[in-house]
Design a binder for this molecule. Structure first.
Ligand SMILES: Cc1ncc(COP(=O)(O)O)c(C=O)c1O
Length: 448
């Protein structure tokens, strides 16, 4: 089977390129003025970036006129689907009234109150991206505890600020031993002094976490975890892991931060906090909460957030609480992501994951499927993945050939092997069936 992958990739790449010539042209032209020809390096994925023209409902169309059912959904943002009529209405109404004042407006309290209800956190502040949300959460933790050191999980991505761009995807030759991973900067330009203040532990390893806290007594401000790792396919926490991690952090006077940028409002109304019944001290949100506008939010315990009230910790931003973002967030949270929306995610996700499992079973493929609400992924290994070291055993060419098959057959997935799918309220059973049918075709071609 492994030999077939190479020839299938070559065939699919050729088909891909022949139907994306306008994208290729635009990419070449953009390179004259834009580094790598794309606005964020994450958009430069092989074989080449796909330039998108428009989206409606569960579909997007690229500049070559190819139509896709969208499972990429803007790296997991568009759970409302594209151009949702209620979002269009809310934003249109807001645009007519002015789009930016840098003064508070009525929607801010409504959005915060709804987030407080969902995430069980009394106080909120807003930002404009997941990066800003985790940056502020880390700063709050440092300000509250008076400590500098942060602990993160090996291979979590929390955005592009210095404190957390550590051991995001460390190469095997520098990542250190599994029971004491090294702190490896993700790319250049990160001060060593900052990287050294971030310690790294393997996911789902409580004894290792306990040892790390013992190594730095009184120095650790917070442990930040993505409660379900969603940048390695999907990696679930062991039963009890999150509660125990919180207990360990608290016993050592540190805070627990959940990065719910991807899990928030997608795997349940109140994200991982609700799904796993563990409330952290601080939570960072972004992506889905803004209905497709640039957004971020930080929620937290009253005493921790009081450091803002007391002018001990600064939380700033010209665009924080921007009226467009707040209008879209209010509509998303109060009118679109209703209990019916979550029931819909569960129903279509069952069709999708169930269909994929059937194919995997029939063809005896060494893969497995994980799904949680609007999110899910195929992992190209038989056994469950518990951490980054497990993940490294997977050959990434499986994910790549699968991505090409889907893309050439009208399904857009987020690029890169680590990504997962995102469903929207506008996806139908037929939409997810297309994904299953494409996967079945790949399985047939792989196994002969
Ligand atoms: C878990 C997680 N946290 C934070 C971020 C950063 O969010 P943003 O790209 O909005 O800055 C991402 C981005 O993908 C993410 O996956």
């Amino acid at each position: 089977m492994a030999e077939r992958v190479g020839s299938l990739i070559a065939k699919e790449e050729e088909a891909f390129r022949s139907r994306r010539q306008r994208s290729d042209q635009m990419w070449k032209e953009a390179k004259a003025f834009v580094s790598k020809g794309v606005p964020s390096s994450f958009q430069d994925a092989p074989p080449q970036p796909i330039f998108i023209d428009r989206g409606k409902g569960s579909r997007v169309w690229d500049v070559d006129g190819n139509e896709y059912v969208d499972f990429h959904n803007g790296f997991g943002v568009m759970v409302v689907g594209h151009a949702h009529p209620l979002i269009v209405e809310a934003l249109t109404e807001r645009i007519r009234l002015g789009t930016h004042f840098a003064q508070p407006g009525a929607d801010v309290k409504v959005v915060a109150e709804e987030l407080a209800r969902r995430f069980n956190q009394p106080q909120w502040r807003f930002a404009n991206s997941g990066t800003e949300a985790t940056l502020d959460a880390v700063r709050l933790a440092r300000g509250f505890t008076g400590r500098d050191r942060i602990v993160k999980i090996e291979a979590t991505y929390h955005g592009h600020h210095d404190s957390l761009m550590v051991s995001v995807e460390p190469k095997p030759d520098v990542m250190g031993p599994a029971d004491q991973p090294a702190s490896v900067p993700y790319y250049q330009g990160m001060p060593k002094a900052i990287t050294d203040l971030t310690s790294v532990v393997g996911f789902n390893d409580l004894p290792q976490l306990e040892r790390l806290f013992a190594r730095y007594p009184g120095q650790i401000a917070a442990l930040i975890v993505e409660p379900v790792m969603m940048n390695l396919g999907i990696v679930l926490p062991d039963d009890g892991y999150l509660a125990e991690a919180k207990e360990i952090a608290h016993r050592h006077g540190a805070l627990l931060i959940f990065d719910e940028v991807k899990t928030g409002c997608t795997i349940s109304p109140g994200g991982a906090t609700e799904r796993f019944g563990v409330t952290p001290d601080l939570v960072a949100l972004a992506k889905a909460i803004g209905g497709g506008t640039p957004c971020g939010a930080i929620g937290g315990r009253a005493d921790v957030m009081a450091t803002i009230d007391d002018d001990k910790v600064a939380q700033f931003g010209t665009f924080n609480g921007n009226p467009l973002t707040m209008a879209a967030a209010r509509t998303t949270l109060t009118r679109i992501l209703t209990p019916a929306a979550y029931a819909h995610f569960d129903a279509i996700s069952e069709v999708l994951a169930g269909g994929l499992r059937e194919v995997i079973g029939e063809r005896e493929l060494p893969f497995h499927v994980t799904s949680l609400g609007a999110r899910g992924s195929v992992t190209y290994r038989k056994e469950r993945v518990r951490n980054y070291r497990d993940y490294l055993t997977i050959d990434k060419s499986w994910a790549y050939v699968s991505w090409l098959y889907q893309c050439n057959r009208g399904v857009l997935m987020a690029p890169f092997a680590e990504e997962n799918w995102t469903l929207s309220v506008q996806h139908s059973e037929q939409d997810v069936q297309r994904y299953v049918d494409n996967f079945a075709e790949l399985a047939r071609d792989l196994t002969g």
